[in-house]
Design a protein around this ligand. Structure first.
Ligand code: GLN
Length: 234
């Protein structure tokens, strides 16, 4: 294969609800079609995150219990993750991972769980309620429609520099109020979609892979990759 990309699977052994690891498998599936050899490794507790070593990153969701453990450890990787994000490193973060990239998350029992404030959102909790069900959104730049399944107690409010991944057409999204779902900041894509998100939304997988390729191979002619046809899977 002509190209290679190395992916950091952040806390993949702790945060992996509803088969979020499927996102890594889907990235691999499309990478092969794009002439890219994708390799990945889990970066978890007590391991440094070296931003130079990785071309893209994935951060899945989880239960509050695991999020508390990750919240403590990730403070040691905070600056390295911010360096990666600020240098346009592509990342996909789902649910619990999305919450931990922001300022904080108030867990279902009221405990404040610190994020790394790499992005400016924050997440409050709802009293005795979860947002559960199918969700459909439209991404404003591409007009692409993304389908997914959400299951979260947290209600997230975006901050400076962020825009939603999409406008809610069906379901709850970030907070059930402002019609936003997920977040985009630089090349970081966040969402509450499990399912996993990329299995049903191949266009997003392609977008993330292209961003990683363009960043690593700025002079390459990627027209073949750009033309890859994604068949709807929902
Ligand atoms: N524990 C978090 C919440 O309930 C995240 C859940 C998840 O990742 N599915 O909001």
């Amino acid at each position: 294969m002509t190209y290679s990309l190395h992916l950091a699977h952040l806390y993949g052994d702790l945060l992996n609800t509803y088969g979020d690891i499927g996102n890594v498998l889907v990235l691999d599936y499309y990478a092969k079609q794009m002439d890219v050899k994708l390799t990945s490794e889990i970066v978890s507790l007590d391991t440094d995150f070296n931003p130079q070593k990785f071309d893209l990153a994935f951060f899945g969701g989880g239960q509050d219990y695991e999020q508390v453990i990750v919240s403590k450890d990730i403070q040691n990787k905070k600056q390295a993750l911010i360096d990666f994000i600020e240098s346009d490193g592509p990342m996909l973060a789902i649910c619990g991972g999305y919450q931990l990239l922001g300022k904080y998350y108030i867990g279902a029992n009221g405990q404040k769980i610190d994020g790394i404030a790499a992005l400016n959102h924050y997440t409050e909790s709802q009293d005795n309620n979860r947002f559960i069900g199918d969700v459909v959104i439209e991404n404003s730049e591409t007009k692409q429609i993304y389908h997914g399944f959400e299951n979260h107690n947290g209600v997230t409010y975006l901050g400076e520099g962020e825009r939603p991944l999409g406008k809610v057409l069906e379901g709850y999204g970030n907070n059930g109020q402002d019609k936003g779902e997920g977040a985009i900041y630089k090349n970081v894509f966040c969402s509450y979609f499990h399912g996993p998100i990329l299995a049903r939304n191949g266009e997003l997988a392609k977008r993330i892979l292209l961003l990683a390729l363009k960043r690593k191979y700025p002079d390459a002619n990627l027209s073949k990759q750009e033309q890859l046809e994604i068949k709807p899977t929902y």
